[in-house]
Design a binder for this molecule. Structure first.
Ligand SMILES: [Zn+2]
Ligand SMILES: [Zn+2]
Length: 319
């Protein structure tokens, strides 16, 4: 812990204050000093200040940044991150960050804050792994899929998530070049674990009696694409969307057609509708977690492995 280097953005701020003082700008000296005092207090540990929009991005920042970063998550644990609203304090934090990690289109309030505040560095997830529209491919299949635009849930495919991890390492290195080698090593370790996870999903979902699963909201399109599965969802990409009676009827018909055994519920959205559907169709319910927030004892990998086991049970896969 010998390093006390000041991250570049704060170095700039300090230089600006020094310049003001040198110019003898008496009128602004007092507020400028107050501002500097706060900045020094917050950065007394010399760490890179990172703001991350929601759990999977926060996990990348913490894992790759290690000891050299202070990570602030904008989405509190247990809060559903879709369409998050920001407090004025959080908007200010975005502006003061050395690095902001977010996903364009998922949380418009965060996008706006990033555009307006122009933080020192930005790692925007879809820049590293472009979003796709899964439902478009099935336009003509007559199925009960909603057509809602690009799917944000790229972290549920370990291969796409690894691309974002490398992007976060790049931007951390840009913000704090002195520790670049460590960021790259941490990212390499993480992407190695993601490769193993991907291989386990591939093997674990290879021999199943069924390929179709039914979820509450359509968070698992990238996962389904990666492993040759077919996702049906009750409420589409937005967990708060209420399905129409016609859509519910179509889902029921398709679930029956495809021999679906299980209606998946999730941890942050209400299970009511899924439970009603399961009762009406005589199906089981189980949890498939979209990892939009995790409880204290879990992390990305533990939830991904629990999800794999849940999918194997629901799809009748050989283990
Ligand atoms: Zn379909
Ligand atoms: Zn979602």
């Amino acid at each position: 812990m010998s390093s006390r280097s000041v991250p570049p953005r704060h170095a700039r701020r300090l230089r600006a204050t020094v310049a003001l003082l040198a110019a003898g700008a008496v009128g602004v000296t007092a507020p400028a000093l107050t501002g500097t005092g706060r900045a020094e207090e917050r950065d007394a540990d010399g760490k890179v200040q990172v703001v991350a929009a929601f759990y999977p991005l926060e996990y990348l920042a913490r894992t790759i940044g290690g000891d050299h970063v202070d990570v602030t998550g904008l989405t509190a644990p247990g809060v559903e991150p879709h369409d998050l609203e920001l407090s004025p304090k959080q908007v200010a934090a975005v502006g003061e960050a050395d690095l902001v990690v977010h996903l364009k289109g998922f949380q418009p309030a965060v996008d706006t804050a990033v555009e307006q505040a122009a933080p020192g560095h930005v790692a925007e997830a879809s820049h590293y792994s472009p979003l796709v529209e899964h439902t478009g491919a099935e336009e003509d299949d007559g199925h009960a899929h909603a057509h809602e635009g690009a799917d944000p849930h790229l972290w549920l495919d370990p291969t796409r998530y690894a691309l974002v991890a490398d992007g976060v390492a790049d931007q951390l290195t840009a913000a704090d070049p002195a520790h670049g080698a460590e960021y790259r090593a941490n990212a390499a370790a993480l992407t190695g674990k993601l490769k193993t996870l991907d291989a386990d999903y591939r093997a674990g979902l290879e021999h199943c009696t069924n390929q179709t699963f039914l979820t509450s909201h359509a968070a698992f399109g990238y996962l389904a694409d990666a492993y040759g599965l077919h996702q049906l969802s009750v409420s589409g990409l937005d967990p708060e969307a209420e399905p129409s009676a016609a859509r519910l009827a179509a889902i029921k018909q398709e679930a029956t057609e495809h021999g679906v055994t299980t209606v998946f519920t999730e941890t942050l959205a209400s299970p009511k509708l899924a439970e009603t559907l399961a009762r009406e169709l005589g199906l089981r319910t189980a949890v498939l977690d979209p990892i939009e927030g995790v409880s204290r004892d879990n992390d990305y990998f533990s939830v991904m492995r629990a999800n794999l086991a849940a999918l194997q049970d629901a799809l009748g896969c050989a283990k």
